[in-house]
Design a protein around this ligand. Structure first.
Ligand code: UDP
Ligand code: MG
Length: 161
């Protein structure tokens, strides 16, 4: 694999699955030329989430986050592309929909602020997760077995990259 071509992990969160945004979100990544290497629906468990959100487990928002992430299935996806982690985070947008640019996934499909969610005692729902650069290999190995990642030639490898 060329030096800058890498895989990254994306999870379409339960709120977006329930809102019927799965197709639109996948299209956004396909339109940008990313190659889908793995994809499945998963019901997250406490154990998977504790591994996935290892750096957040001790934070005050963790319990609510774990509850939110188990409100329905997620769609787990592995994408491959150039600087994939950084580029996918750019398309996903800021953590808070209030701050996310409207051209990003979080900004396009939401507008809530964390402050408002806290004030109302609501879960902070923000549609999608994407690995931070450096975290993707760990996250892919939590959610996928090796034989669930598929090798094929995507036209983006010739036309987009
Ligand atoms: N989160 C939250 N309250 C906070 C901070 C984070 O509910 O004050 C949730 C939110 O769903 C976020 C996730 O925890 O997406 C992980 O937080 P992080 O800061 O890593 O943001 P991300 O990497 O998802 O943009
Ligand atoms: Mg994060």
């Amino acid at each position: 694999m060329a030096e800058y071509v890498e895989q990254t992990f994306v999870a379409i969160k339960p709120d977006a699955v329930k809102r019927g945004l799965v197709g639109e979100i996948i299209s956004t990544f396909e339109d940008a030329g990313f190659k889908i290497q793995g994809m499945k629906m998963v019901q997250a468990t406490d154990q998977l989430l504790e591994q996935h959100y290892e750096e957040h487990v001790d934070k005050p928002f963790y319990e609510g986050l774990a509850e939110y992430m188990q409100q329905g299935p997620i769609v787990a996806i592995v994408l491959e592309g150039v600087h994939a982690a950084e580029n996918v985070r750019k398309i996903v947008g800021d953590t808070s929909a209030k701050d996310a640019h409207p051209s990003t996934i979080r900004g396009k499909y939401g507008h809530m602020s964390m402050e408002h969610a806290d004030e109302e005692g609501r879960h902070y729902k923000n549609i999608i997760h994407a690995s931070e650069p450096g975290e993707q290999e760990k996250e892919i190995s939590i959610w996928f077995e090796e034989d669930e990642l598929h090798e094929y030639v995507h036209t983006g490898e010739e036309e987009v990259r």
